[in-house]
Design a protein around this ligand. Structure first.
Ligand code: ADP
Ligand code: MG
Length: 575
């Protein structure tokens, strides 16, 4: 037996505790997530070891985590029936910092000598110590099956006490004596003896912990008479009801074949606060350099703020069912910002900071894979379910087109997904479809810009192309033209504006309308010179053209110059 002993924390631990207590870090509620996941780890351990040593269970295999808030004693107790710790384990695990991540972090702080700019602290590898963010005293009672109980206590200064104690039940009980501000109705959001706050925190951070997280809710009700009527003047009767706060089994951890679309829809609506079902669900499990499960959704409708500057990315991260963060930025490229979903990987560290996680190689790799799988899904949709794809296009065309012109790396991946109106039909076509309908010796993909179909079709330049039955893409959206300009060509076919430069369509289709332009030009030399004289300074050149059918003249832009509609956009922007 050991008598009560007071011990000093390891120097580094002291430092860490100091940072915890005076932390500038505001997200203090994560302490609960940390303690619950430790409890869950400890239950994992006893469950695993009991497979070969049944005595460890001591006849109790109803694994559970219990939360006991008590606002009269100012305490929040978190209790588990996991493996517990021996006295030596408590000293080793709780009194020292073994984790290299934390050590590295502390070294970095020493190096830079500043704490102010290291907001990371609360999220770093601090686990158990995060309790000191909200507690002025932490008491830990723990017992390993077959061993004596141990009591550990500290108020976060440089020392802790440790002594033997009696403990009936297996596992660990942690009693947090809360700092005043965390048990006060003045800070309702951070009142950690409030059952509803705790319930929400469990939902938010620990919903999918595999063991039940239980809490007692006390109900006060007046008794009823035999007819079921409430007896008003009788004293209220208190009944305690144990509720399980978490749903335990994450949907995404189940086998795909055991999940209904309805279940996916429920989860999607709950997590992403949408009242509609998603347009598409992507669920996959990946094993490789990084192991992860992902569940992605394409919402049926683009959120109204999708194209605004400050858009939140809808990807949540989990590690072994434990929530780490939402809105993980940079996981998917900007042009897939409409995708909602989650990634769960045992390779993500729970305690890592946002910034560090953002730069982690694992996350980069996962991001690359997610992008690929979204691309593949869209390609499949385009090929197999055109109606659905066009629905997608109606909502997210802007994002894809912007990806083509604004993101160099996205260009090639996205170009096959583009849809355009064209002279072929009232519907929309992909570039591949356009190419499949091209004349045999047609070298370019022709396009025209205008505000709508009628406007484009009345362009004088359309006449000849129409007559020759050459298909023209109609660009109604400014971003269409930006995208086409960025692409320059598709599968070796140049994009050619019908109102820019020479059209070179003589060799395409039947040649009966071909004329010797040079000869006509010579014959009309005086006329052309007169027109040039009149328009001096307003146009660059006046030429005889073969592109007109019934109109007398048309304006075209130079091959190298900007297009007419681009000029209009620029003029508008300057206004
Ligand atoms: P981590 O969980 O990343 O190891 P923590 O600071 O959260 O770091 O916990 C440190 C160690 O303390 C754990 O690895 C574990 O050995 C021990 N520990 C913490 N909480 C419990 C618990 N409820 N039951 C048993 N052991 C625990
Ligand atoms: Mg931990």
């Amino acid at each position: 037996t050991i008598a009560k002993e007071t011990r000093e924390f390891q120097a580094e631990t002291k430092q860490l505790l100091d940072l915890m207590i005076h932390s500038i870090y505001t997200n203090r509620e994560i302490f609960l997530r940390e303690l619950i996941s430790n409890a869950s780890d400890a239950i994992d351990k006893v469950r695993f070891e009991s497979l070969t040593n049944h005595d460890l269970l001591e006849g109790n295999r109803d694994f559970e985590i219990f939360l006991i808030p008590d606002d009269t004693t100012n305490t929040l107790t978190i209790s588990d029936n996991g493996m517990g710790m021996t006295a030596n384990e408590v000293i080793d695990n709780i009194g020292t910092i073994a984790k290299s991540g934390t050590k590295a972090f502390l070294e970095k702080i020493k190096e830079t000598g500043s704490v102010a700019d290291t907001e990371l602290i609360g999220q770093f590898g601090v686990g158990f110590y995060s309790a000191f963010m909200v507690a002025e005293k932490v008491t830990l009672l723990t017992r390993v099956p077959g061993h004596k109980g141990v009591k550990w206590e500290s108020n976060g200064d440089g020392t802790y006490t440790i002594e033997e104690c009696d403990k009936d039940t297996r596992g660990t009980t942690i009693i947090l004596t809360l700092k005043k501000e965390y048990n006060s109705p003045d800070h309702p959001e951070e009142n950690f003896t409030d059952r509803y706050i705790l319930q929400n925190l469990v939902k938010k951070y620990s919903d999918y912990i595999r063991y039940p997280i239980k809490m007692n809710f006390v109900k006060e009700e007046k008794p009823k008479d035999p007819d079921g009527k409430i007896i008003e003047d009788a004293p209220a009767i208190k009944t305690t009801e144990v509720r399980i706060l978490n749903s335990m089994m994450p949907l995404w951890a189940k086998n795909k074949n055991d999940i209904t679309q309805d279940e996916y829809n429920q989860l999607y609506q709950n997590l992403f606060h949408d009242w509609e079902n998603p347009l598409e669900t992507i669920h996959s499990k990946v094993e490789g350099a990084v192991e992860y499960t992902t569940l992605l959704f394409i919402p049926a409708h683009a959120p109204f703020d999708l194209y605004q500057q400050e858009v939140t990315n809808g990807i949540r991260l989990y590690s072994k069912n434990v929530f780490i963060m939402e809105n993980c930025q940079d996981l998917l490229p900007e042009y897939f910002r409409f995708v909602r979903g989650l990634v769960d990987s045992p390779d993500f560290s729970l305690n890592i900071s946002r910034e560090l996680l953002q730069h982690s190689q694992q996350l980069k790799l996962v991001g690359k894979n997610l992008e690929k799988s979204v691309l593949k899904t869209l390609e499949n949709m385009l090929n197999k379910d055109r109606t659905k794809y066009e629905q997608f296009w109606k909502e997210y065309a802007q994002a894809i087109k912007t990806g083509v012109y604004a993101d160099y790396s996205g260009r090639d991946k996205l170009k096959g997904l583009l849809l355009f109106s064209s002279s072929h039909s009232e519907g929309v076509s992909t570039l591949d479809e356009y190419i499949s309908r091209m004349h045999e010796n047609q070298k370019a993909i022709y396009y025209a810009t205008g505000k709508d179909r009628a406007a484009v079709e009345s362009l004088p330049q359309m006449e000849l192309l129409k007559e020759k039955n050459i298909e023209v893409l109609y660009l109604f959206d400014r971003v269409d033209e930006f995208a086409i300009d960025a692409l320059r060509e598709y599968n070796g076919k140049k994009f050619q504006s019908i109102s820019r430069g020479t059209l070179d369509i003589e060799e395409i289709a039947n040649e009966d309308s071909q004329k010797n332009i040079n000869q006509v030009a010579q014959e009309n030399d005086t006329l052309i010179n007169a027109i040039k004289e009149q328009l001096k300074g307003k146009v660059a050149d006046v030429k005889i053209s073969n592109r007109l059918k019934s109109s007398a003249v048309c304006l075209v832009s130079d091959d190298n110059g900007i297009s007419i509609s681009m000029e209009q956009i620029l003029a508008e922007m300057n206004r």
